[in-house]
Design a protein around this ligand. Structure first.
Ligand code: 7RM
Length: 633
């Protein structure tokens, strides 16, 4: 496949960028010409950020799977679409060509239909990282069902919240998942979640671990039974450009995750355009994105971006440190990976094992490296550059969000310059602005402020499922006529952007977004807890760690048993990813006279800053600050 819209020089980047700003409609209709449409659009863009309402390619009809599968069959039919590497290196890897993937997607799409799944139904997918997860996602898209993938690390309670919010009709899961030395009983967790979700009609279970599960007659069916005697042809449903493609839950500053909604045409174009340009994908290359499909990075850069570009995408079931810290390098060597896209937290973690795990690993196939999810510190950047890229591979530092659908600010590999710890320049179509507290735009270079975007790009979220007002309030109400990212940001003398981190109450732990309010709610469900306050603190590997200040109803319970109980509660309510690293028992929290917790003070103390914690005279009880300082962990 060739990509006429792939930017090949710095000069071309500047030219394309200028065009995309001066005449966005002509620019994006030119890009859209490279896709397969059942019917073309009447209007490229209608928008306002007040409702908000954004519509790209109105009137167009398409199916994203025809763009990801059917259109490649003639020329790329026998090329690998998915290379799958199992958790356990002793197990056989699997390779699915475009032809095979197309057949399997169609077959499972028919199985979904036979089970009653219709266009517009919500299907929750709760599976490990196996090809059938990608197949389930694409099969939903094939028939116009809205997929909502939930990461395999979330608890029954979290799943149940999401099932209710999205009014999910069907679930696709596995008996279990292999992850490192563990196996996760996915079906059992689903069974527990379903105790409070009687509206779910059916559960389709793929057999992966072969560890026995309980099947509820009438509700639960086996994947392998459902695809027997089913045709491997399935016509793609005709979708409107703005029909929903998927819902993906993400944390915000409130206790309840939001269902970010992406639609068919705009998301497809954005995932594809950013994939082809940022990674400078060349025909036949092998792209290894280490994210889980439960996160947006997996949606856009394991599935939709690569497959819509006819690329070969490598999907890995396991974790970077199993069976040892050389696993990524072994996979890179074994499959001759060209592009490696991972998170700074994984780099820092692998860095801590030194270079021994790199011995006898041939990484010479690597051409491009990428990072995503959090700011990358210079030390990790240089380690990645020297030890993995051998100073020959451009590193792309890609800034984006679940809400943006795809990469927004990044260098283009080998085409535009990189600068350690800077995401650098906006992609064509992206108009970043920095604003001060009052919402005034800060113009000129050498500036810092809150990062907003002032014009829609094709991959922008359209709503938060079931609650459009929440979408407006969260992203479009803080500053007039701007999409607010929630991130703080610097712009250097050359106009390069450096994202400094969240300015709201969202933590970024190992590249995963976790709301402080969510963790507090979970902690407060422990019967011995009266109140809690959660803040982030700098963590060498995770980027941010979770620090919880907890008031107990009986202060004599300040034991490790209570601590463990709280950790268990958080694991049960959210999942292990949200477990606090530190729990400090306190007798009170620093509050203003109006009862607002002064997180600024708690953050300073958690960071180890004891001197300049700012004015405490407005506090209800300033003495509590001394107690908290003295008890710091
Ligand atoms: C893709 C993803 C989004 C938040 C975002 C930032 C942070 C992501 C970078 C980054 C600095 C980066 N989606 N973030 N990428 N910070 N440099 N290259 O991570 O919705 O899960 O998180 O992640 O704070 O707002 S996400």
């Amino acid at each position: 496949m060739s990509y006429p819209y792939q930017i090949r020089s710095l000069e071309q980047y500047h030219h394309q960028y200028k065009q995309s700003i001066e005449d966005p409609e002509t620019f994006w209709s030119g890009i859209a010409e490279n896709f397969y449409w059942q019917k073309k659009w009447d209007k490229v863009l209608n928008w306002n950020f007040t409702e908000p309402s954004v519509k790209w390619f109105s009137g167009a009809k398409l199916n994203i799977t025809e763009n990801c599968l059917d259109r490649h069959l003639d020329i790329l039919g026998d090329q690998p679409a998915i290379i799958w590497e199992p958790n356990n290196p002793a197990e056989q890897n699997r390779i699915l060509t475009y032809k095979e993937l197309h057949q399997r997607v169609c077959r499972f799409a028919n199985a979904l239909k036979n089970n009653g799944v219709k266009k517009g139904d919500r299907v929750c997918i709760y599976m490990g990282m196996i090809p059938e997860l990608a197949i389930a996602v694409l099969a939903c898209a094939r028939i116009g069902a809205i997929h909502s993938v939930v990461f395999g690390g979330f608890s029954a309670q979290s799943i149940s919240d999401r099932l209710q919010d999205a009014k999910v009709d069907y679930i696709v899961t596995c008996d279990g998942a292999f992850r490192g030395a563990k196996d996760i009983p996915l079906k059992k967790i689903i069974d527990e979640a379903l105790l409070s979700c009687a509206f779910v009609k059916k559960v389709i279970v793929y057999e992966r671990t072969k560890i026995p599960v309980v099947m509820q007659p009438g509700r639960d069916v086996w994947w392998h039974d459902e695809i027997k005697n089913v045709s491997d042809e399935c016509a793609a449903e005709t979708m409107d450009a703005e029909d929903m493609l998927f819902i993906l839950y993400t944390s915000g500053s409130t206790g309840k995750p939001k269902g970010v909604v992406h639609t068919c045409a705009g998301y497809m174009i954005w995932a594809n355009y950013t994939f082809v340009n940022v990674f400078q994908y060349q025909s036949k290359q092998i792209h290894f994105c280490t994210a889980d499909i439960g996160w947006i990075t997996g949606h856009s850069y394991i599935i939709y971006g690569p497959l819509s570009a006819g690329a070969t995408t490598l999907m890995f079931e396991g974790i970077p440190t199993y069976p040892d810290a050389g696993r990524f390098w072994e996979i890179t060597d074994k499959h001759k990976v060209d592009i490696l896209y991972t998170a700074p937290t994984a780099i820092r973690s692998l860095m801590s094992y030194g270079t021994q795990p790199l011995q006898n690993k041939d990484l010479s196939s690597l051409k491009i490296l990428g990072t995503v999810g959090e700011p990358i510190n210079e030390e990790a950047w240089h380690w990645y550059d020297e030890n993995i890229g051998h100073k020959k591979c451009p590193i792309v530092d890609t800034w984006w969000q679940t809400e943006t659908g795809g990469i927004m600010i990044s260098n283009l590999a080998g085409v535009t310059p990189s600068k350690p710890s800077y995401a650098t320049l906006p992609l064509p179509g992206v108009q970043p602005v920095l604003v001060d507290e009052k919402g005034n735009e800060i113009e000129g270079n050498d500036a810092s402020g809150n990062l907003c975007i002032k014009f829609p790009w094709p991959g922008i979220l359209r709503t938060t499922y079931g609650d459009h007002e929440r979408c407006r309030l969260n992203y479009f109400a803080t500053y007039n006529n701007l999409y607010f990212t929630g991130d703080g940001c610097l712009r250097d003398a050359d106009g390069n952007y450096r994202i400094t981190g969240r300015v709201d109450d969202v933590l970024n732990v190992s590249g995963h977004r976790i709301g402080t309010a969510e963790v507090e709610n979970a902690i407060n469900m422990h019967s011995g807890v009266v109140e809690s306050a959660v803040v982030g603190f700098p963590h060498d590997i995770k980027g941010q760690g979770i620090y919880a200040y907890v008031i107990l109803s009986n202060s004599a319970d300040n034991t490790d048993t209570t601590r463990n109980g709280i950790l268990q509660t958080v694991t049960k309510v959210i999942g292990a990813i949200a477990k606090p690293d530190k729990i400090q028992f306190v007798s009170g929290l620093p509050k203003t006279r109006s009862g607002k917790i002064m997180r600024r003070i708690l953050r300073k103390i958690a960071e180890g800053e004891m001197q300049n914690i700012g004015d405490t005279t407005t506090l209800l009880d300033p003495a509590v600050v001394e107690e908290i300082k003295n008890g710091k962990l």
